[in-house]
Design a protein around this ligand. Structure first.
Ligand SMILES: Nc1nc2c(ncn2[C@@H]2O[C@H](COP(=O)(O)OP(=O)(O)OP(=O)(O)O)[C@@H](O)[C@H]2O)c(=O)[nH]1
Ligand SMILES: [Mg+2]
Length: 327
């Protein structure tokens, strides 16, 4: 590992915000040191990782802000990752959130970062998870991840959370939309926000009825009502999130999820790393003759790939060359 990277990790673990920000940038951009950094911080910290998702404009950011105020009052430090799968730019759609969150900027115990898609949503889910882990390693007690919108990419991102809060509003059809989007399957806690508007009780009843049909699994999904703009109902959300974390630990679900997660992650990282190493090896001139033959149509792509895989010398070169880039 590079001395500068090692130094950054040490400074981050010692609580330096600037080092944390730099490591987040490396990991967000999936630079070659990413795997080494993630390995070095493995097992550090013990944050409650909370995901907040729901339809656009439901009040997720406002709720997140109110939750942060509450956590801070309890003396808990907070890391926030605002993820926007639909935007290729950091800070576009979340700019308003940043302005709103400004009151936390002078608070050392709150760290806010926004991530965007940059055209690779699969990579975004992994980057979000790793950024959440960095915040955890940096000692944050609570890590909150907000995603904008409803779709497969949000569901993928929410998998990183221990506890997922789905935020809905009393608008007509919200429950139906949530069902279609698969939000019902990922919710550990439902929040009906904008309870100051008409129809809040109706949507709560609908949700309660729907949840009643679920087979019991030891956790009863609560449906809570909030007015995020004035903090009403927020302490109850904090309690429900804490309660769910306790449930995960006491029921052994946390351990089961951890084991499955680690296995899946190992596979994904191996695929990623090998893919990256292959790309790097393809830049080597010893492969260029094979590439040239593929380009000219002298050998078909499948045949060329098989030829490369069966060439021990080439495979060894792929593995060794690439590791140089990681030092
Ligand atoms: N009346 C009312 N308005 C609210 C409430 N909570 C949030 N809002 C307003 O709803 C609008 C959207 O709130 P946001 O917190 O930005 O919603 P969001 O879900 O983060 O939005 P996106 O990130 O764009 O999907 C803002 O104008 C808020 O002030 C509430 O409880 N009641
Ligand atoms: Mg938002």
């Amino acid at each position: 590992m590079r001395a500068t990277t090692k130094d950054l990790i040490e400074r981050m673990l010692a609580g330096e915000g600037l080092a944390l920000a730099k490591l987040i940038t490396i990991v967000e951009n999936r630079e070659p040191e990413t795997a080494e950094i993630m390995s070095a911080i493995h097992g550090r910290g013990s944050a409650a990782v909370v995901g907040i998702t729901g339809p656009p404009g439901a009040g997720k950011s406002t709720l997140l802000d109110a939750l942060t105020v509450h956590y801070r009052a309890q003396g808990r430090s907070v890391g926030i990752v605002a993820v926007d799968p639909s935007s290729p730019f950091s800070g576009g759609a979340v700019l308003g959130d940043r302005i709103r969150m400004q009151k936390h900027f002078l608070d050392d115990s709150v760290f806010i970062r926004s991530l965007s898609a940059r055209g690779n949503v699969g990579g975004l889910a992994r980057a979000s998870r790793d950024v959440a882990r960095l915040l955890e390693a940096a000692g944050k007690d609570i890590v909150i991840v907000e995603t904008v919108g409803v779709g497969q990419s949000e569901l993928d991102i929410m998998r990183l959370a221990d506890t997922v809060a789905v935020v809905l509003v009393p608008e007509a059809g919200d429950t139906v939309q949530a069902m279609k989007a698969g939000l019902l399957e990922i919710a550990d806690v439902f929040v009906v926000n904008k309870a100051d508007r008409d129809g809040a009780n109706k949507i709560k009843t609908e949700l309660d009825q729907m949840l009643h049909l679920r087979p019991p699994d030891g956790w009863e999904i609560p449906v809570l009502m909030t007015v995020a703009t004035d903090g009403k109902g927020v302490p109850e959300v904090v309690s429900a999130l804490d309660e769910h974390r306790r449930h995960l630990q006491e029921s052994g679900k946390a351990a089961t999820r951890g084991a499955a997660g680690r296995q899946g992650e190992f596979r994904a990282v191996l695929r990623d790393e090998l893919g990256r190493r292959i790309e790097r090896a393809l830049e080597d001139e010893s492969v260029s003759s094979l590439l040239g033959r593929v380009e000219r149509g002298e050998v078909d792509p499948y045949g060329a790939a098989l030829e490369a895989i069966n060439d021990d010398r080439l495979v060894a070169m792929i593995l060794s060359r690439a590791s140089e880039g990681n030092r």
